[in-house]
Design a protein around this ligand. Structure first.
Ligand SMILES: Nc1ncnc2c1ncn2[C@@H]1O[C@H](COP(=O)(O)OP(=O)(O)OP(=O)(O)O)[C@@H](O)[C@H]1O
Ligand code: SF4
Ligand SMILES: [Mg+2]
Length: 350
């Protein structure tokens, strides 16, 4: 792909071929009273324009901390980034000036959080808050800003946008509030949206509607989208590829349907086996035994070894790298990787 974009000042940037976002060997740690919590331990992932990456993992696996590092919204200290690069269109955001960083945040990369109610200001109308984006960034007048707010509310299909533009956040349902958050993220037409559990707080049917809307807008604007979730069921239909996180590392990457059909990491297999399935009604649901590790004392070797049904001696001694997963004929499967010494055996598990 060969794209050239208008920068914020209207200066044309160089055409750039490559992923919009490329996270390389990212490490994040937190200094706490009890010691250093290693929340992110060498994350690698990338997203291109028009592509949706789902980041999947249990609570505490480092999904949000990685996103916060990308957005530059970590409190440092206690957080520290001892290693790694976060490339936006090939440029390392970690070495940019605060000013450059601020310009990318919100305008080029926007974020949607789980809890709309705490992200929106309760005493300002949603129209005002949406309009503020245009006033602050584009110098729009009050009237123009309001018109744009209504337009955005229409875009995210809030019924009767014109009449509701002066309503306050609490006057909207949870699903509608999340649509407002999506509208906020879209306002400045970013290249990339990071949505951190955007539907977790919603009812199942509303979850699907919001997810569909997000996917539709992503395709329409040809944006990159990172969907953070602990629920594979929610993202399976909209994601192109998945990165599974465990203890601050990516343990498996794959195109979404291949991961579903044939996981190559015992942790992913455990996650899939613990999703309720209609065709197995009445059967007891599998649960991965044990708990995620304490990030101040990550087990040596493969961090998953104390919980892994397949663990051998080597798993307690060596850290598995993300191995290329190959097909039976030895040809690498595009986009597939597994940080397991026994990925081949896992792939062939029934
Ligand atoms: N400010 C902080 N101080 C100390 N430790 C922190 C801080 N923020 C995060 N952590 C640590 O980082 C770990 C990873 O947190 P993160 O929020 O990325 O998890 P997550 O994968 O997003 O989980 P969830 O599904 O619950 O949102 C947490 O378990 C926590 O121990
Ligand atoms: S490397 Fe060993 S412990 Fe880790 S997931 Fe694979 S089999 Fe299990
Ligand atoms: Mg999180």
């Amino acid at each position: 792909m060969n794209t050239s974009i208008e920068s914020v000042e209207g200066v044309r940037q160089q055409p750039y071929e490559g992923p919009l976002l490329d996270v390389r060997d990212l490490h994040v740690e937190f200094k706490t009273r009890d010691g250093v919590a290693r929340a992110v331990n060498g994350v690698n992932y990338s997203v291109s324009a028009g592509e949706t990456l789902a980041v999947l993992g249990e609570s505490g696996s480092g999904k949000s901390v990685t996103a916060q590092a990308i957005m530059g919204i970590l409190d440092m200290p206690p957080a520290r980034i001892p290693q790694g690069e976060i490339l936006y269109r090939g440029e390392n955001m970690l070495t940019m000036s605060k000013e450059e960083r601020r310009r990318i945040r919100g305008q080029k990369i926007a974020m949607i959080f789980q809890d709309a109610l705490s992200s929106l200001n309760p005493v300002l109308s949603v129209g005002y808050q949406l309009g503020e984006m245009f006033r602050a960034h584009e110098g729009a007048s009050r009237q123009e800003a309001k018109a744009k707010a209504v337009e955005l509310m229409d875009r995210v299909r809030i019924p009767a946008a014109q009449e509701r533009v002066n309503d306050f956040p609490h006057q909207f349902s949870g699903g509608m509030r999340q649509r407002i958050m999506i509208a906020m993220a879209l306002a400045l037409e970013p290249d990339l949206i990071i949505a951190d559990e955007p539907t977790t707080a919603l009812d199942v049917t509303v979850q699907a509607q919001v997810m569909d809307l997000l996917a539709e807008l992503q395709a329409e604007y040809h944006m990159g989208l990172i969907l953070i979730t602990h629920d594979l069921g929610v993202v399976a239909d909209v994601a192109d590829k998945i990165a599974v996180m465990y203890a601050g590392r990516i343990v498996e990457t794959a195109p979404v349907h291949e991961l579903y059909a044939n996981p190559a990491h015992p942790y992913t297999r455990g996650l899939l086996d613990s999703i309720p399935r209609l065709d197995q009604k009445g059967q007891e649901l599998y649960a991965i035994k044990g708990l995620p590790p304490n990030l101040m004392r990550i087990p040596p070797g493969c961090a998953f070894n104390p919980r892994c049904p397949r663990a051998q001696d080597i798993c307690r001694q060596e850290v598995p790298q993300l191995f290329d997963v190959t097909r039976d004929d030895g040809v690498p499967a595009p986009g597939r990787g597994s940080a397991c010494f026994f990925w081949k055996e896992t792939l062939h598990d029934e």
